[in-house]
Design a protein around this ligand. Structure first.
Ligand code: TYD
Ligand code: MG
Length: 473
């Protein structure tokens, strides 16, 4: 038999190199390459003794009397929303997040919710002892829920144990980095082990119909270290994010074979675990200083849900030859575009200023619909004129300076009206002809960026402030 030769696998990105080296060519990580035996990987058996193929039956895509198993809802609305309406039986979800963000808290709460509704929920911890998990559950007020617990790391033992008795509805593996399989010779935590353990657990989910959640730690730059290599194997990848020092957490679907990927769930970490935030707009707008220049409220959408957030801009004369441009929570290139359009089509000269743009609350906005709010914040900061505290903005800005309509206009306006806003500056289009639901909202439509600038300089309904002051600096 040929000598099994070793391969060198990057533990960060999974790239294989022919020899050991200090730095991975693929991801640039230092000291991430470890030796793994080539004969121990998945598929190694294939070369060790060929077996004749088994003949299996094919089924039709159009199956008439097929009844899909119903989704399992936890009753935690924010979690059910992100999974696309509950867990799909037999699916595997990878839950990623930085250490300490609250992954274990979220999954134990999900287990307890399911167990309380009479389903079998099993929580396997590879990081904490059973007593520690129990203590946490007690603190969360969940000690009465009949969740089954174990502190185990051997995947074969876990699968054998779970295959006994009533089929579990939910199995949580906390975390996948601590699991190891006997089939692979490398040490626990290596890419090979993580991949092998995940594969065994995925097979268990598919054959039994249990939903499996794999918890994975991510590194500071947002990569799911090690478990990144299992992202393509699982049905859904959900990331749990939060801003340092802030108590709210955002659960976001990154990949979902059974639902949308643009939904978010918002939670608040309290002394008694994660609490759902049913009205995130109110949270993101709380403690805002509405009278300061440079702040505009954007009526955005996250998936199917409208969400109001504040966009803050600071425009200040720059002491530098090349003024600074810094953006948090939005796209750098998008800011550069808005600045160019303001300059070219509205005569707003921003060239010599340092410009900072921030999306309040640590949220990330990906929608072009935020253009109008960002432009309003920039003009407001430059002119020193604050925007009306009760107004919202949305609309996409084209390179020509035209303001384009965006999707879900009505939903955005309704959310604004619900939260007590009285004015909206929006693109021209069908939405502007206010419907009954947004009767209380004074809608001003702008066709061009120059009319936005004019509107900020002379806001309607308010005593006109002195003409736009000479630019500072
Ligand atoms: P945890 O769920 O252990 O995080 P992860 O599994 O992602 O590493 O949460 C740890 C943090 O959450 C810890 O810093 C304390 C905080 N926490 C609360 O504020 N309230 C609570 O009720 C719990 C259980 C944790
Ligand atoms: Mg944990």
């Amino acid at each position: 038999m040929a000598q099994p030769h070793a391969s060198f696998v990057c533990q960060n990105c999974g790239a294989i190199s022919q020899r050991w080296q200090g730095r991975c060519d693929a991801c640039g990580g230092w000291n991430t390459i470890a030796e793994e035996s080539a004969s121990s990987g998945i598929g190694a058996r294939a070369t060790q003794g060929a077996r004749k193929g088994r003949i299996f039956g094919l089924s039709s895509l159009i199956e008439k009397d097929h009844k899909a198993a119903p989704r399992i809802t936890t009753g935690i609305a924010e979690l059910d929303r992100v999974t696309g309406g509950g867990f799909v039986p037999g699916s595997v979800i990878l839950l990623g997040g930085e250490p300490g963000i609250g992954k274990s808290t979220l999954v134990i709460q999900a287990c307890a919710a399911l167990a309380a509704s009479g389903r079998r929920a099993v929580y396997i911890s590879g990081e904490e002892a059973v007593d520690q998990v129990r203590l946490r559950a007690q603190r969360l007020g969940l000690a009465a829920a009949p969740v089954e617990l174990a502190a185990e790391t051997g995947v074969e033992d876990i699968v054998a144990t779970l295959s006994h008795g009533k089929r579990p509805s939910l199995v949580v593996i906390d975390s996948i980095q601590t699991m190891w399989t006997e089939l692979i010779e490398s040490t626990p935590g290596t890419v090979g082990q993580v991949r092998g353990a995940a594969q065994a657990l995925i097979r268990f989910a598919k054959t039994t119909g249990a939903t499996v959640i794999l918890v994975g730690h991510v590194t500071k730059d947002g990569q799911i270290a090690g478990p990144r290599v299992v992202e393509h194997m699982v049905d859904a990848v959900v990331s749990f994010e939060g801003e340092g020092g802030r108590n709210f957490r955002i659960l976001r679907a990154v990949k979902n074979r059974f639902g949308p990927t643009d939904e978010i769930g918002v939670f608040e970490m309290t002394g008694r675990g994660l609490a759902e935030v049913a009205n995130p707009s109110a949270l993101f707008l709380s403690s805002r200083d509405a009278t300061a220049p440079g702040a505009a409220v954007f009526a955005g959408m996250e998936g199917t849900r409208p969400l109001l957030v504040e966009i803050q801009a600071l425009v200040a004369p720059s002491p530098l030859g090349t003024p600074r441009r810094a953006v948090v929570g939005w796209d750098n290139a998008r800011l550069a575009m808005i600045l160019a359009v303001l300059e070219a089509h509205a005569g707003v000269k921003l060239g010599p200023y340092d410009i900072y743009l921030n999306v309040a609350g640590g949220l990330r906005i990906g929608e072009p619909a935020a253009d109008l709010a960002a432009a309003a914040a920039l003009v407001s900061s430059l002119s020193g004129l604050s925007l009306a505290a009760d107004s919202v903005f949305f609309g996409e800005i084209a390179l020509s300076g035209a303001i384009r309509p965006v999707a879900h206009g009505l939903a955005r306006l309704k959310e604004a009206a619900k939260l007590g806003f009285c004015r909206a500056t929006i693109p021209q289009g069908p939405t502007e002809n206010g419907e009954a639901a947004v009767r209380d909202l004074a809608v001003r439509s702008c066709a061009h960026i120059s009319s936005l600038v004019a509107a900020i300089a002379a806001p309607d309904g308010l005593p006109e402030k002195a003409a736009m002051p000479a630019k500072r600096g």
